[in-house]
Design a protein. Structure first.
Length: 76
């Protein structure tokens, strides 16, 4: 499965900055930073999900043949 933890944390932090904090620091809007972090988290999560699907698909395509590694000893 995809490593979805870090993108979800970035998305949550972005939503908190966007919706819960109403402040401006030296002309930079905290809400704008929150929107940017949220969008970065969404894109990161989508990339993680696409990568996990392609890795899973590649693993399914591999065919393993069940053959003995060594020949059995013949009993006389």
């Amino acid at each position: 499965m995809a490593d979805a933890g870090p993108p979800l944390v970035v998305m949550a932090l972005g939503l908190i900055l966007w919706l819960a904090i109403n402040a401006t620091i030296a002309g930079i809007s905290i809400q704008t930073i929150g929107i940017i972090l949220f969008l970065v988290g969404v894109v990161w999560l989508l990339i993680e999900l696409v990568q996990s699907r392609t890795v899973t698909r590649r693993r399914r395509d591999v065919v393993v043949h069940d053959e003995p590694v060594v020949r059995e000893r013949e009993v006389y």
